[in-house]
Design a protein around this ligand. Structure first.
Ligand code: NAD
Ligand code: IPM
Ligand code: MN
Length: 353
């Protein structure tokens, strides 16, 4: 019997609703599979914690999390009360960086029964491999000069090591899928970072000559996610481009409330972290109407990470069955609550496993 130690951080807003929903689903998975058990430890870190203590998590937070097999996070952010750069850099980004979770996997695919805004949404199945630790997300820079001549500098940092590593990861993933990698670039506007990005992409692609490659400027690529998403398999993107593309990936699935993500520490030295693409959605928090599917699909990605792909597929199948039946939250055109969708997914899973 395997017991996985999971650190659970519900965080803020709807994180506190969708995380318990996904844990319910994982409980069903373990009830039906005695050889996989979970030991969940919850941490009350986030904006409430900050307002009480002045910190988003304790100083030794990373040390505490280090012994776990994975971190399962909801969302962070309470923008009315805590500035976003403080809440996010104090928790989410600190964990991504501290645990060298350099790869962010973000799938988007069509589900039957979804209320996609696309006219003809059939058949897209994309994974965005986002660089997760550097690039445009950098604390290098600052305000120089003040007054009328005020200037702010925000540096973007691209290392060869991480750029090459995210690209290799994307190519290796494409080998197991439909053998195509698209690189999100912007080398027509950004004169240092993106020509470098293109250069590394071309170099890495030489080791994978059996994989089809395309490089598309991020603006055009964003439009193509809407007009012909079925033409993409694996997309490799820098931190910011990947962030923006994956909200579009969520939107074409019907809602960003659908979209899952995995922050992977490739060396295995530190735990990986699983959290959906969406944020804390303060506009709908506390109303039992948040879509729990992004968080539940995120739990599926954690099962995959533990080598339990078959169980993960069952979870995905249960999600699809439930959307097809029409039990959906309002963001994807239904009138079910978070709890109803979750219970329906659990019931469905019980019949599948
Ligand atoms: P958001 O993703 O929280 O919400 C954007 C819109 O999508 C809102 O209308 C919201 O109601 C809707 N939405 C999001 N998730 C949903 C779900 N599961 N079901 C139904 N509808 C859903 O983005 P935002 O408004 O830009 O950010 C709110 C806060 O969350 C900010 O503090 C932001 O910094 C933070 N944030 C955190 C994360 C994270 O922790 N990973 C990610 C994104 C944003
Ligand atoms: C995400 C979020 C974060 C990001 C923010 C909240 C810092 O938007 O996980 O997509 O940009 O990485
Ligand atoms: Mn985002």
């Amino acid at each position: 019997m395997e017991k996985k130690k999971i650190a659970v951080i519900p965080g803020d807003g709807i994180g506190k609703e969708v995380v318990p929903a996904a844990l319910k689903v994982l409980e069903v998975v373990s009830q039906l599979n005695e050889d996989l058990q979970f030991d969940f430890t919850e941490f009350p870190w986030g904006s409430e914690f900050y307002l009480k203590t002045g910190e988003m998590m304790p100083k030794d937070g990373l040390e505490t999390l280090r012994d776990f097999d994975a971190v399962f996070l909801g969302a962070v952010g309470d923008p009315e009360r805590v500035p976003d750069h403080i809440s996010l850099w104090g928790l989410l980004i600190q964990i991504r960086r501290g645990f060298q979770q350099t790869i962010n996997l973000r799938p988007a695919r069509y589900f039957q029964g979804l209320d996609s805004p696309l006219k003809n949404p059939n058949g897209f199945d994309i994974v965005v491999v986002r660089e997760n630790s550097e690039g445009e997300y950098s604390d290098s820079g600052g305000r120089i000069h003040h007054g009328e001549d005020e200037i702010v500098i925000q540096n973007a940092i691209f290392t060869r090591k991480r750029t090459e590593s995210v690209m290799r990861y994307a190519f290796q993933l494409a080998e197991k899928r439909r053998k195509s990698v698209t690189s999100a670039t912007k080398s027509n506007g950004l004169v240092h970072s993106m020509p470098f990005w293109d250069e590394v992409f071309a170099e890495v692609s030489e080791d994978f000559t059996h994989i089809n490659t395309k490089k598309i400027h991020i603006d055009a690529l964003a439009a193509m996610f809407v007009t012909n998403p079925e033409s993409f398999d694996v997309v490799v993107a820098s931190n910011l481009f990947g962030d923006i593309l994956t909200d579009i990936g969520g939107a074409i699935m019907g809602s960003i409330g659908m979209a899952p993500s995995a922050n992977i520490n490739v060396t295995g030295e530190y735990p990986s972290m699983f959290e959906p693409v969406h944020g804390s959605a303060p506009d709908i928090a506390g109303k039992n109407r948040a879509n729990p599917i992004g968080q539940i699909w995120t739990a599926k990605m954690m099962l995959d990470h533990f080598g339990k792909q078959a169980l993960g597929e069952e979870v995905l199948q249960a999600i699809e069955n439930v959307t097809k039946q029409g039990c959906k939250t309002p963001d994807i055109g239904g009138s079910c609550s978070t709890t109803e969708v979750t219970d329906e997914i659990c019931r469905n899973l019980q019949n599948l496993i």
